[in-house]
Design a protein around this ligand. Sequence first.
Ligand code: PLP
Length: 456
Amino acid sequence: MDKIWSSDDILESGLLHRSLKVAPYMAKNASGSYIYLQDGTEILDGCGGAAVISVGHSNPEVIEAVTEQLKTITYVHTAEYTTAVSEELANLLLESYKGKVAKVYFVNSGSEANEAAIKMSLQYFYEQGKTEKTHFISRKQSYHGNCLGGMSLSGHVVRREPFEGIISSNFHQVSPANEYRFKNSGESTADYVKRLASELEEEILKIGPEKVACFFAETIVGATTACLPAPEGYFKAIQAVCQKYDVLLALDEIMCGSGRTGTFFAWEAEGIVPDITTAGKALSGGYSPLSAVFLAQKFVDVLGAGSNSFNCGHTYQSFALSSAAGLSVQKIIRRDGFLQNVVEMGKYLEYSLKQALSSSKVVGNIRGRGLFWGIEFVSSRATKHPIGATIHFGYMVQRAIFEEGVAVYPGFGTVDGHSGDHILIAPPFNVTKQQIDRIVAATSKGISKIESSLFS
Ligand code: PLP
């Protein structure tokens, strides 16, 4: 196990002391909500890696669809061809969003989708002769991918650090929308939202509205601050500012989208329709890499409807095998009412976590939506003081929960001095009550174990 150079997120970015790093486990096989290790240990997958697994592992129907696709056609170049399977997937995804989303562009990873979204925003203004519009605004404590564009958008300080030298000064950041941490005492949610919208407006005016192309945000923040929804009314207020200055609104739903929060797009709960949405992970649920950029009609109006109208292309764009995986996963979700289960089990997960952790002194905040829940750890509930990156509390808790046979995902942690340590819980969309009981029991036990070892 020493020949694969693993660019471990946590270790490479300096978030985790090497002494805490464990060697990767050898995963032998997986089925439904379970992963089995080489030695036979059963792990209940409470996070699907980084919120990837949607219809469970080794779903026989998806396996059959992908196998059939392998026998039919796997690859053609999109400059000359399309395939029935990619077209069917596009139609299935767009049919419920007529008038809201006009086109979808398929690539392979979340990072690639965000790079495409950046370039589409630039080309959208370029084609209109607004060639100065080349600046982007995103938020601190955000994550938008590992390629240069996404990394430049990402407001996670430590991840950017080794690469700062190449990050363009055209990328700017404003405050995150984090009611738990940054709403002033006595400030109403409406006033907090107004303050954030004003900050964005000021930033646009500082840069110059004629230079700002796009505001980029995760609809519900994923790995950096663990499943953090925006305060009520935030996206409506932000969109109004964007529209006032001809700035595009792009929402990154790589982690929180594709049904994870109970609607296909997480923005459906926000009462807005963005200009661009990116999606990935749960879209094809771990069977073959697939991501997507969803675009409003105005892009088609400006760039044209043809497949070569966007000045970008990838070898494995609209990859038929990934489309087959995505199509099968999405058909199962729709046919078997999985989104209803996401909503119902999501409520049960929220209730159970809040019940089980109500007396824990280190649990500062439990937040999320659907089957996307984050727990933020603090050294004091009253002061909300973060436990701190120095002891890597979230990572230690994750290890302790794993020892109980349940996998959760560790948040990035406190490195930028703003947030606490976190864990994320994001089980498959067909998770059962019994499995949630097991996830919550293991989580509660893991937290108590680390809490008592450090603070008693
Ligand atoms: N955007 C968000 C919100 C993510 O959570 C991720 C991955 O975790 C990405 C972008 C990058 O996706 P990928 O790792 O598939 O490149």
